[in-house]
Design a protein around this ligand. Structure first.
Ligand code: GDP
Length: 209
């Protein structure tokens, strides 16, 4: 990643990021021609914290201690150049079957049909890497030919030497996943690490200023 990429990411994310709408069903998805990137991960993977860190906000995406509660897709407009879609988390074991089915319908429909979607950031807690339910998500994205990037979160929770190991281990799995983009990013929202790199990566999808 070059300095110019980092500058582009920094500039993009210095734009105002506006909450657009929260869609409980696919009928509520906004019509938009802007390129879009989505964020998904297990409940508690650190998705809300990461969106907040990226956008310099404390409260744009609501962090929650009740995994599996948010069943909406929330859309944000970043400087009229890039749409961000915050997808509800998966993997909450206690969720009732009806809730899981609703999740599947909402999220699968979004991933399979959203015409402006350019890339999904699939977040993984760096302590755990790819867990069974993440693998299911990756296989779904592969089948849907939906381009995705793996992003490790909460890097501060593991030792610096272990961070590189986790990154390499996760990267080793990518060969079996045709829709996965090369490379794995590692971030810490708490320590603001890897955030500039993720901004630079995402800026690659934004509409020209
Ligand atoms: P979400 O359910 O995926 O949106 O996850 P949240 O952003 O709500 O985070 C879940 C929990 O992990 C919260 O207690 C956060 O404070 C914590 N968390 C999120 N990101 C980080 C991080 O980078 N480092 C640490 N140490 N904790 C984090």
């Amino acid at each position: 990643m070059t300095k110019s990429d980092i500058d582009k990411g920094r500039k993009l994310f210095s734009q105002p990021c506006k909450f657009l709408l929260s869609a409980p069903t696919s009928e509520g998805f906004p019509a938009s021609s802007l390129p879009e990137v989505a964020f998904i991960g297990r409940s508690n993977a650190g998705k809300s914290s990461l969106i907040n860190a990226l956008t310099h906000r404390k409260d744009l995406a609501r962090t929650s201690n009740t995994p599996g509660r948010t069943q909406h897709i929330v859309f944000f407009d970043l400087g009229d150049r890039l749409m961000l879609a915050d997808l509800p988390g998966y993997g909450h074991a206690d969720a009732p079957r009806q809730e899981k089915e609703r999740w599947n319908e909402l999220v699968h429909h979004y991933l399979q049909t959203r015409p402006t979607l350019r890339c999904v950031c699939l977040l993984l807690d760096a302590r755990h890497g790819i867990l069974a339910k993440d693998l299911v998500m990756m296989q779904f994205l592969d089948r849907a030919a939906c381009s995705y990037k793996l992003v490790l979160t909460k890097a501060d929770q593991i030792h610096a030497t272990e961070q590189g190991v986790k990154q390499t281990q996760t990267e080793a799995a990518l060969g079996q996943h045709p829709a996965a983009r090369p490379g794995v990013l590692i971030t810490s929202s708490k320590k603001a690490e890897g955030i500039e790199e993720l901004r630079a990566f995402l800026a690659g999808f934004a509409a020209e200023a």
